[in-house]
Design a protein around this ligand. Structure first.
Ligand code: ADP
Ligand code: MG
Length: 726
């Protein structure tokens, strides 16, 4: 048996990897031609459904109104026929549990017909409702196992699609996942509820601008960052496999200093991968648009065009699944972890967000007429107030053990939640608040009695260091982590905006303006009062700077550095009241989310500490001992021939070995003491304070070892290898 370490095996396999070959015929069947071929899209509905059923379904999709049984049966029949034509044998209710992942329960269409044959069956009730056991999904105490029943309920507003696999196809039906008592066990249910609440408050406001009556929807476009590593390396790294990030690894001689990767030429294997990812997503009607190399070596980005928030959320999940699946085909693994490599940029998911309606257009778009501008400013004011009031909640909904490594690491937005408006918009709103005409610009930039001219806005105005940035016609929430569902952040944004808009609506209703001038005055007053109470959340400078952290503290903005600090905001009485008021989550549902996320935080750090103990004991320690005895032997040999040897290396090795041993024993002892934690909140704090620092300390020793131990004894693929070998 060869004694070669795993790392060297991996290198050898990679050296023998062949260049990618074409996996599809893009000339004869161009990707444009496969667009949405696996989606039961509106066009197919129209073609295949009886007119009445189609109209009812379309109304349901456009306005979120419920469907009756007859229509559901008709839709199920049409869907089934279409799926069978596509070779599907099964249907699956797809749902989105609180793990943030995608879950599926598959059932066959077929059943015996009683005469020795088979019958494909799919009725409305099978489309509408499923009953996965689901007792192992985290529910934060909502569902005991004795009442394990959970239901999946069809979300007609998100299109069904065919998932192809090598030996068959499955009709996938996006669903909400609820307990038998109707409590939300998933990310979709509160998202749909929050969209409904937001629409209602928007309508109340829009009525005054003459554009009520059209359903207002949040739109979302999420830019997904990810890493690709060769699967040979991945399989030689237990930490990557089990924790999704490297727990060890010295900085490579060449890191990202040269920034020669960013927007660089994409290399062939990655390119082939990207084309296939895009083709698969195109078939699913997912409008991926942008692709490029990211800042870190081996890091990339894919971004779709924005869609209705609910559909965008489901599509985002499909993007993550597809990235992972296709990477494997090309001998790579796609890492979605927020910080797979220490010292190298992490991955985020910039969540672009706006509000849109067919009648009123994009509500965060300044627009051309005075009325549109007043409306725009009012919606911006709602966002400013919402972010100021709910900064802690916004921090909490992106909190996870993995995202903690990224937030505030001078590459991602800081943990302080502020809002960037850009100089122009800030000046305009400030001007309104001061009641003074804005002299530095066109003097008629003033709302109220006069007209409001078009607001000149430079959509190119960018600030990469802000967690929440206005980018011309939308807000970009940049604190979301690359592995997270965008569902949670969207629920928070929708609900906090609904609250502010509801308050504005109340003011408007009280004032009951009759003329555009009167309306302008009310808007002016509202914008002014928001600015007075909330402008301290506006920050247009460098969010990475130390001065900002000091300044933010002076302004009284929360700086919740870790998930252990941030998560409790979810179960605060304010948050519970907010979600309850808007019918988004009941008290129990909100509390359960805190429990689940806190448990996840603890569990993922536990996985890491288990790995550290195991890897040190079975990989690093033995390698260090071997090297130490090699050194000892060499010293003895030198002595034997009369040379006085230098003990420096062996002394250093011996010291490192001792430190490693001690610190791992300490880590184990700390882990034992976890059982003493009284509640989940103190447990989170405990792992943050007692476990994580030990993991870091041990890493320090191992990374030093990596720089000393002979290459042929070092089993783990190095950063250099993983990031630069293609
Ligand atoms: P950048 O990297 O400069 O931020 P990208 O083009 O990569 O820009 O991504 C911009 C994202 O913003 C895309 O997903 C795009 O669809 C999305 N977007 C644009 N307009 C809106 C909008 N009104 N609502 C939501 N998302 C939007
Ligand atoms: Mg962006």
């Amino acid at each position: 048996m060869s004694t070669k370490v795993a790392r060297l095996h991996a290198m050898e396999s990679i050296a023998n990897t062949e260049q990618p070959v074409s996996t599809f015929d893009y000339v004869n069947l161009p990707t444009g031609k496969v667009w949405a071929e696996n989606v039961f899209c509106v066009k197919k509905m129209q073609e295949r459904l009886p007119d009445k059923a189609y109209k009812a379904l379309k109304r349901c999709i456009d306005t979120g109104c419920p469907l009756n049984k007859e229509v559901a049966d008709a839709v199920a029949e049409a869907m089934k026929l279409w799926a069978l034509e596509k070779g599907a044998t099964h249907y699956a209710h797809v749902f989105y549990p609180l793990t943030g992942l995608t879950a599926e329960k598959h059932d066959s269409f077929f059943q015996p017909d009683g005469a020795g044959g088979m019958l494909a069956q799919f009725e409305g009730k099978m489309l509408i409702q499923g009953e996965p056991d689901g007792s192992s999904f985290p529910s934060g105490g909502i569902r005991q196992t004795f009442e394990a029943r959970g239901y999946t309920i069809w979300d007609a507003t998100s299109p069904a699609y065919i998932m192809e696999s090598p030996n068959g196809a499955t009709l996938c039906i996006p669903t909400a996942f609820v307990s038998w008592t109707g409590e939300a066990l998933d990310k979709k249910t509160p998202l749909l509820r929050s969209m409904q609440a937001l629409n209602k408050e928007c309508q109340r406001v829009l009525k005054f601008f003459g554009t009520d009556g059209a359903y207002v929807r949040p739109t979302a476009g999420a830019e997904q960052e990810y890493f690709l590593v060769d699967k040979n390396f991945y399989h030689a790294r237990p930490d990557l496999m089990a924790a999704g990030r490297t727990l060890f690894g010295a900085n490579p001689p060449k890191g990202q200093e040269l920034e020669d990767h960013y927007f660089g030429v994409i290399q062939p294997r990655v390119m082939a991968f990207m084309f296939e990812v895009e083709r698969e997503l195109f078939k699913l009607g997912i409008p991926v648009k942008t692709r490029h190399n990211e800042v870190a070596p081996a890091q990339f980005e894919v971004a779709p065009l924005h869609e209705c928030a609910n559909v965008a959320t489901d599509h985002q999940q499909q993007i993550m699944v597809t990235l992972k699946k296709v990477a494997e085909k090309f001998g790579m693994v796609c890492l979605l972890h927020e910080k797979p490599f220490a010292g190298i940029n992490g991955s985020g998911k910039h969540l672009n967000y706006s509000l849109a309606s067919p009648v009123a257009g994009n509500l965060f778009d300044p627009g051309d007429t005075p009325e549109q501008n007043a409306q725009f400013l009012l919606f911006c004011a709602a966002m400013i107030q919402a972010v100021r009031r709910w900064a802690k909640l916004l921090r909490a909904v992106v909190a996870s053990a993995s995202n903690d490594h990224r937030l505030g690491a001078n590459e991602a937005p800081p943990a302080v939640i502020s809002i960037f408006l850009g100089d122009e918009l800030t000046e305009i709103i400030e001007g309104i608040a001061k009641g003074a005409p804005i002299t530095s610009r066109k003097s008629e930039l003033h709302i109220g009695v006069d007209v409001i001219p078009p607001i000149p806005m430079h959509s190119g105005d960018r600030n990469r260091t802000s967690p929440m940035a206005f980018t011309g016609n939308r807000f970009e929430f940049r604190a979301v982590g690359s592995s997270q569902s965008i569902g949670g952040p969207l629920v928070a944004l929708n609900t906090i905006l609904a609250e502010s808009l509801g308050e504005f609506a109340q003011e408007l209703e009280n004032a009951n303006p009759q003329t555009p001038e009167q309306l302008g005055q009310v808007v002016e007053q509202l914008v002014k009062s928001v600015w007075e109470s909330c402008s301290n959340v506006v920050f247009n400078g460098d969010g990475y700077s130390l001065e900002w952290h000091a300044e933010a503290a002076r302004r009284g903005l929360p700086n919740l550095k870790t998930a252990a600090d941030a998560l409790p905001a979810i179960k605060s009485k304010e948050t519970i009241a907010l979600f309850k008021k808007f019918g988004v989550l009941s008290e129990r549902e909100t509390q359960s989310r805190y429990d689940v996320y806190a448990e996840q935080y603890i569990a993922s750090i536990n996985v890491e500490s288990n790995l550290v103990v195991k890897m040190v004991r079975t990989i690093f320690f033995p390698a260090a001992i071997r090297y130490q005895s090699e050194l000892a032997l060499s010293l003895a040999n030198l002595k034997a021939v009369g040379i006085e040897p230098d003990h420096k290396t062996i002394d250093k090795m011996t010291e490192l070995i001792r430190k490693l041993q001690d610190s791992v024993s300490e880590l184990e002892a700390q882990k034992q003491r976890e059982h003493n934690c009284e509640d989940i909140e103190s447990h989170c704090q405990y792992v943050r304070d007692a476990i994580l620092p030990k993991i870091e300390e041990i890493r320090g020793y191992v990374d030093t070892l990596e720089g000393m131990i002979p290459d042929d004894l070092w089993a783990l693929p190095t950063y250099q290898e993983m990031l630069f070998v293609r």
